[in-house]
Design a protein around this ligand. Sequence first.
Ligand code: ATP
Ligand code: MG
Length: 181
Amino acid sequence: GLFLKRLDVLGFKSFADRTEVTVVPGVTAVVGPNGSGKSNIADAIRWVLGEQSARSLRGAKMEDVIFAGSQNRRALNFCEVSLTLDNAEGKLPVSYAEVTVTRRVYRNGDSEYLLNRQVCRLRDISELFMDTGVGREAYSIIGQGRIEEILSTRSEDRRGIFEEAAGIVKFKTRRKEAERK
Ligand code: ATP
Ligand code: MG
């Protein structure tokens, strides 16, 4: 399989301090009182994988993901999330045993993505995860309300979810690109 190893968060939503979440094999559960940042962790994972919708991250605009300050703490000017995956089995088509995806955004709107600390395009990240079940829309991350969405959504959209699971999205995307040429 393709395993999540670590999530590093800095300045994302409620995480003003650098925070590391280490994932051990098995089932990972995030527990904590209301408002302690459990859902923010799930948001961070979707965000680093390229989520573009501020609303689906429970904000109004993209800069709402940056720590907005608290009573005794100034707001930050940027945030950064890194997701590290174990690629020992080579599930991702790159020769690294460990893959780290990083996304950074500044309040002025500048942003960047990195793959193993090299600047890249969002497209590179999307392609890397296509058909692996890890993408930002992938079935491996089921957020609050998502189950309902899957059940109630238009059948075409629902089919997309199962197609990703079946691993044929990459094929269809390539065909679409070929047709455009
Ligand atoms: P629940 O159990 O109610 O679902 P939770 O643990 O999932 O709670 P989250 O939704 O992850 O909680 O966290 C909500 C907290 O994150 C709120 O206190 C909110 O103020 C804080 N928060 C969200 N965005 C920011 C931001 N940009 N800056 C600072 N704090 C933020
Ligand atoms: Mg929550």
